[in-house]
Design a protein around this ligand. Structure first.
Ligand code: FAD
Length: 376
């Protein structure tokens, strides 16, 4: 595939970069230190189409293509990993499944609200006892007349404290399904946010469902198709996490280059030492490789072609690259890199999540090995 961004994609990048530099970057340190999502910026994000990327125009969305979506997540991640993660989850895990499998009334009720940023989207898959092994979830939806009664505990969920509705992955007798559950339904408890190593401004919570009654018309997609729907959602989500890693790495490399030009040791800027240049050269090369892998997976998705293998490869490579590049950025800044006064310390912590969320590196390798071996 020969790759070139089109005019629209370049303009969208410019708009998101402008917003990120002007509005988000000055707040990034405080977002991390206060572990607080910048809700005050949601109207501005909505205004440039950041919150309705996976929402059609008829539901007030910006309906951008998958490559533009990756570009936007990358640009936000370049200045603030926390905001990038919450917007990635909102878009790929919250809006996407509602738009993909929702009925017309479900879409009309929830998508405009999500695109306007009145609330963020959330997807509840993981449980205290089930992460990679999604088939072992225990949360149940039991039919009672014309309602589901949902009971169980979900863990490590992004955005529920900012959500109005959550997509919840459940057992339905012997099958899996998805149901839409409003956060204000009696029996829903969003527990206090987790205290995390990184992406601290992205709220992560445990959510309990204690005999929560929801009408049957809250079923999302087909009962029995829950696992298939989840895997398709995660395929797309992996592109976003890959894009976020590219952005974080890019931000860290830029900080490292700026610092290396100014810091003097042994009578010259450290940027003139080959050891530093090699780290920068490796970072630049790996970031570019990861970016191309992410865009390619996004492009395949946009064409309606299969992209499971490419999304898993892009996520694996980009997230492990993100760790290496942010690690070396800390190294280039020396003691200052280890200080909270400089952003690379935060970027290193933020990047660390990416090899875990939306399928660990080990799970990506399982997916990739299966796909690669099937081709031989
Ligand atoms: C900040 C944050 C945000 C998150 N947001 C969400 C969200 O919005 N929604 C949601 O549903 N979840 C979310 N998660 C959960 C996340 O997706 C899971 O933590 C992740 O999938 C791993 O599951 P686990 O933590 O249960 O680890 P486990 O599955 O218990 O894995 C533990 C270790 O064993 C390895 N392992 C497991 N199975 C295998 C195997 N077959 N072969 C080799 N190695 C294996 C794993 O790779 C890992 O190293 C979030 C997590 C975090 C930290």
């Amino acid at each position: 595939m020969y790759f070139q961004l089109n005019e629209e994609q370049l303009m969208f990048r410019q708009a998101v970069r402008g917003f990120s530099e002007k509005e988000l970057k000055p707040l990034a340190r405080e977002i991390d230190e206060a572990a607080s999502f910048p809700t005050g910026l949601l109207p501005k994000m909505a205004a440039i189409g950041l919150l309705g990327m996976a929402v059609p125009e008829e539901y007030e969305g910006s309906a951008v293509d998958s490559v533009s979506m990756a570009i936007a997540i990358e640009e936000i991640g370049r200045v603030c990993g926390s905001t990038g993660l919450s917007i990635a989850a909102h878009t790929g895990l919250g809006c996407f499944p509602i738009n993909r499998w929702g009925t017309q009334p479900q879409k009309a009720r929830w998508l405009p609200l999500l695109a306007r940023g009145d609330a963020l989207g959330a997807l509840c898959l993981t449980e205290p006892g089930a992460g990679s092994d999604l088939r072992s979830i225990q949360t149940r939806a039991v039919q009672s007349g014309d309602e589901w009664v949902v009971t169980g505990n979900k863990a490590w969920i992004t955005n529920p404290s900012l959500a109005a509705v959550m997509v919840v992955f459940v057992r339905m007798e012997d099958e899996f399904g998805m149901v839409l559950v409003e956060t204000d339904r009696p029996g829903v408890t969003v527990h206090p946010h987790e205290r995390k190593m990184g992406v601290r401004g992205s709220p992560t919570h445990q959510v309990s469902f204690d005999q929560v009654h929801v009408p049957l018309d809250h079923t999302l997609g087909k009962p029995g198709h829950g696992l298939r729907q989840t895997l398709e959602t995660l395929d797309g989500g992996r592109i976003s996490i890959g894009a976020l890693s590219v952005g974080i790495a890019q931000g860290a490399m830029e900080e490292a280059v700026r610092y290396a030009r100014e810091r003097v040791a042994f009578g010259k800027p450290i940027a003139e030492f080959e050891a530093i240049q090699w780290m920068i050269a490796d970072a630049g090369t790996e970031i570019e490789a990861a970016r191309l892998m992410v865009y390619r997976a996004a492009w395949l998705k946009e064409q309606g072609l299969r992209f499971t293998r490419e999304a898993a490869m892009a996520k694996l490579f980009a997230t492990e690259m993100g760790e290496r590049v942010t690690r070396n950025a800390v190294q280039i800044l020396g003691s200052y890199g280890y200080s909270q006064e400089y952003p690379v310390e935060r970027m290193y912590r933020d990047a660390r999540l990416m090899t875990i969320g939306e399928g660990t590196s080990e799970v990506q390798r399982l997916v990739i090995a299966r796909q690669v071996m099937a081709m031989v």
